[in-house]
Design a protein around this ligand. Structure first.
Ligand code: SF4
Length: 458
């Protein structure tokens, strides 16, 4: 396209789009004022998440944290709880970290300066552009996936939008056509067109306000564009989780733990789980009857842990599964699930052994409860959940377990110092009942499992 043609097409695009937006924009809760904090929260929630899903979360969040100061001062647990179900929890943590920066550095006022706002935790070029243009009407582009799609089609841009260079090019183009005094409306208008008309799979060209000058449509390429190289599919992982049921004074409760302070799903609560060893992962879905993994002398068998712990004077702990016990109990696989998860395929043992080694937790898996899935951007978890009986925690927790894993066969029980009291859980572990679901934040997959479990117990 010649430069003159591009300029004419750009002017047409901006003018027609604004007219269309004025008449057709949706009444969304974050559009009711220009408070930069409210816009910030909405933009962060809308990343990777549909508008319909976001609305109730946004309303609850704004009710609970109506100002940047409220958010900055809230306990993180409450923020995560309010975010629970939206996924991508690092967004919530970064949002709160950014709010704390705004309070500490800018007296609680979201800055209207590009360098200052871009230095806040979790604010990238898109969010900075959205806040600056919508709240402060600054002529900054806000280029997200919708905008890249619309502009690639309208201007017939063939650049691979997965590459940063394409984003930079589109940002420059968008910045050059923002109409004076209407930066916020223009940016929202392009996003709105992408959400409502120029949709990914079936663009509604016949209803489009910029159809007359759309180069992509004129070339019959609207469904091919934007060009986007395929991202690597998420890496599959089989996780084995224990739904450890309490007894005695903990009857009706389930054992949960808090995740580490950093990394994936940091500080959220979950059922204890381990990565399945390759041989157990490969066997998922196969019928029972594979050779007994538990008998493999090369690994630290949990039965051995128990025997050694008993030798060290541990009273009253229920036995960790041995192959025969597990095979017998595996007959009672949860309704609607497959035969996966019998002792013979090694997963009972892999779970009890893994928890003992990683967390110093001894449990006895009893039967498969459910099979779940949880997809992150880079990992796809398949989660096999096993009902399990609580044994005990090794005193000294993980360190003792690691030591035990290395040398217990030679020195039975010497590395333990005996079990912990069942009431004296290590830090970061809790027995919870249904009433605790209102205060602890769980990733979706564990939220589903626990809600289902407590509902069935009621
Ligand atoms: S005419 Fe079609 S392809 Fe072009 S911007 Fe409109 S909806 Fe998208």
């Amino acid at each position: 396209m010649s430069r003159e043609k591009t300029e004419a097409a750009a002017a047409f695009f901006a003018a027609e789009l604004l007219n269309w937006y004025d008449a057709n924009k949706r009444d969304l809760p974050w559009r009711r004022d220009r408070d930069p904090y409210r816009i910030w929260v909405s933009e962060v929630m809308l990343q990777q998440t549909r508008v319909d899903t976001v609305i109730p979360y946004y309303e609850r969040f704004m009710e609970r944290f109506p100002t940047v100061r409220h958010l900055a001062e809230a306990p993180e647990e409450e923020v995560l709880k309010c975010w629970e179900g939206l996924g991508y929890y690092s967004r919530a943590r970064n949002l709160q970290a950014g709010a704390r920066q705004v309070v500490e550095l800018y007296g609680g006022v979201v800055p209207d300066d590009k360098a200052a706002i871009s230095s806040l935790k979790g604010i990238g070029p898109y969010t900075a552009g959205a806040i600056l243009s919508i709240a402060y009407n600054k002529p900054e582009p806000a280029v997200d996936g919708n905008v890249m799609r619309v502009m690639s089609r309208y201007f017939l841009l063939e650049d691979d939008i997965a590459k940063p260079s394409a984003r930079t090019k589109i940002e420059r183009l968008a910045a050059s056509i923002i109409p004076e005094g209407r930066a916020g409306d223009f940016n929202q208008a392009v996003m709105e067109l992408g959400a409502l008309v120029c949709t990914p799979k079936s663009p509604g060209c016949l209803l489009c306000p910029v159809l007359a000058q759309c180069a992509g449509r004129a070339a019959g390429r609207e469904r091919e564009l934007p060009a986007k190289s395929k991202a690597k599919p998420p890496r599959p992982e089989l996780r084995l989780a224990a739904l450890v049921e309490g007894r005695g004074e903990h009857a009706g409760k389930v054992l949960v733990r808090r995740r580490p302070d950093s990394g994936l799903l940091a500080r959220m609560w979950e059922l204890p789980h381990v990565l399945a060893p390759d041989e157990a992962a490969r066997s998922r879905g196969r019928a029972a009857g594979a050779a007994a993994f538990a008998a493999d002398a090369r690994v630290l068998a949990s039965a051995t842990i128990l025997a050694d712990a008993k030798a060290a004077g541990v009273p009253e702990a229920p036995a960790v599964a041995d192959a025969d016990d597990s095979a017998a109990s595996a007959g009672a696989v949860a309704a609607g699930t497959s035969m996966a998860g019998t002792a013979g395929d090694g997963r009972f043992d892999a779970l009890s052994r893994g928890l003992a080694e990683e967390a110093g937790l001894l449990v006895r898996p009893v039967r498969l409860w459910s099979e779940e899935e949880h997809v992150f951007s880079h990992i796809r978890w398949k989660v096999d959940v096993y009902l399990a009986e609580f044994g005990f925690f090794l005193a000294g927790g993980r360190e003792a377990a690691a030591g035990a894993a290395g040398g217990m066969a030679a020195e039975p029980g010497a590395s333990y110092g005996g079990p912990s009291d069942a009431d004296d859980l290590p830090e970061g572990w809790l027995w919870i009942g249904p009433e605790d679901m209102a205060s602890l934040a769980f990733p979706n997959v564990f939220l589903r499992i626990l809600n289902d479990y407590f509902a069935r117990q009621a």
